[in-house]
Structure formats: C-alpha cells, structure tokens
Design a protein around this ligand. Structure first.
Ligand code: URA
Length: 266
C-alpha cells in the first residue's frame, strides 16, 4: 500500500512566503532612500524616529508590515524603492569594492559625496568590479537583483573594454580570443575582438571573471598596460572621469535588459 506523503510541517518561514520579511529599522530607512544606513542609525539613536507612534531607539527594531514610521514627526514611505542605476566614470587608483561603502580608497569615496540629496540616501551597490588600475564605466544600483542580473554569465550582457597593450597586436595574435580560449579557471567564451591599432585592442566579453581581459590578452603575448571599460550592455561611457549620471528607466530596460522594480510600499 502506498503511503500518503507527509503534510509539510509548519515552519517559521511559512508566514513570510511570497512576502518580503520585515526589515530592521535602519536598513528599511536606507533601502527606501530616506537616509544612508549610518545616518539612519544616528537618527534612531537621537530619538528622531518613531514606529507606530513610539520612539524607536534601536537600529535593529523590526518594522512590521504596514507600520507608520515617522522621522522628526514626518511620515516616510518604506518598502523597496524603484530601481535606480548610476553610471560612474571610474578613475585609476581607486578600489571598486562591492559593498563596503565606508572604506577609504574606494570608488564610494569619489562617488558618494557628489550625490544630490534625492540619491544620497540609498544603499548603493557596485555592479561588478574593475581592477584598481582599470578605468571607465562602472555602474551602481540600489537594486541587488540588478547586480545579480548584470553580473551573471547566464545573462550574457556584453562588456566592452579597450586595452592598451605592450607588444604589437594583430588579427592573428588575437584569434584565440575570438575562438574561445582556456584560462586557468576554465574556458572563456569567444570574445568579439577588434584590433584598433597595433597597441590598442577592443575586447567585448559576455562574462566577467577576475582580471579576465588582462589574462586573455596576456595569454596571447599581449600584456596589458592600461584597461578602460567603454560600455556595459548598450550603456556607453559618456561622462568625464570621476563623474556620474543617473540612467533613465528606458536605459535600464533597453540598455541593461532589466525590467526594474517599481516602488513598493509595506
Ligand atoms: N578584466 C580585467 O582584466 N580587468 C578589469 O578591470 C576588468 C576586466
């Protein structure tokens, strides 16, 4: 006789199925773009924030769905904000750390002080990374799903680099990159390669492993002297070094092939 399958046991997570788990207060304020997380913590400690009419003094206080949160007596809208994406022109010499916004010597140190108040409150994530000596287009977003989308090799979002190489490039030398080559961490997909001149090679790849372009060119006897990213998807670098601009929803949708998130309220 066949046995009926056991009923699923009620689990703690069950009540959040299909819903976002409640956030803690400082993170909810940062995700919604009200304050950067550190400022949110300071505001909470200073007694400026209430949840359902009661002063909340703990950054980790849970925010129940539908709670009325006020800062200095003014209600704020929590929940996930709409997707925002910044294009940033990374200069050489700064680290592109992915999340540690407060470390010195990182891209955040150059980007964050420039942001106007309406953008300064979000928690920004770098979309992938560039080596410390690489320059060019680095995207930032407040939507971690976009980071996963744009950096996953499955998405095949093209990234275009221009490498200045030490020795002399020609079509024959770069042929292995076009065919797909084996690197020490496995097969690299065929790349689109244009030899612009004997020391300048344009390489477009649809994945993004560590130092991938330098390793590919190095493997064919073209060590890289300088590397610059010109485009991610159809987003082309069009701003001066060290500056940023906000992408339009259409650029995110068409250029990064990402639908984006509409704002949600708790
Ligand atoms: N490939 C590299 O080798 N370096 C980068 O910074 C980006 C891609």
């Amino acid at each position: 006789m066949s046995r009926k399958p056991d009923k699923p046991k009620p689990s703690q997570h069950k009540r959040w199925e299909g819903k976002e788990k409640p956030d803690w207060l400082s993170r909810a304020l940062a995700r919604a773009g009200v304050f950067p997380q550190k400022e949110a913590e300071d505001a909470i400690r200073a007694g400026r924030v209430t949840i359902n009419g009661r002063v909340a003094l703990m950054a980790l206080a849970p925010v129940p769905p539908g709670a009325v949160v006020k800062v200095d007596g003014h209600p704020v809208t929590l929940g996930a904000p709409a997707t925002r994406v910044l294009a940033f022109h990374k200069p050489a010499g700064v680290l592109s750390s992915t999340a540690r916004q407060h470390r010195t010597g990182t891209v955040f140190e150059v980007l964050l002080p420039q942001l106007p108040p309406e953008l300064a409150g979000y928690s920004w994530h770098a979309v992938g990374r560039l080596d410390v000596d690489s320059t060019g287009l680095l995207l930032f977003t407040n939507d971690d799903k976009l980071v996963a989308h744009a950096t996953s090799p499955d998405t095949r979002l093209p990234k275009t680099y221009v490498a200045t190489v030490f020795s002399t490039a020609d079509d024959e030398k770069v042929e292995p990159l076009r065919k797909g080559m084996t690197l020490d961490d496995g097969l690299a997909r065929p790349a689109k390669v244009v030899v612009r001149d004997e020391h300048t090679v344009e390489v477009t790849i649809t994945e993004g492993r560590n130092h991938q372009v330098k390793r590919m060119l190095g493997a064919v006897g073209l060590p890289v002297r300088a590397l610059h990213r010109e485009a991610v998807g159809d987003i082309k670098l069009d701003i001066p070094e060290g500056s940023f601009r906000l992408l339009s929803d259409e650029e995110v949708r068409e250029g990064l092939r990402y639908e984006g998130r509409a704002p949600t309220e708790d």
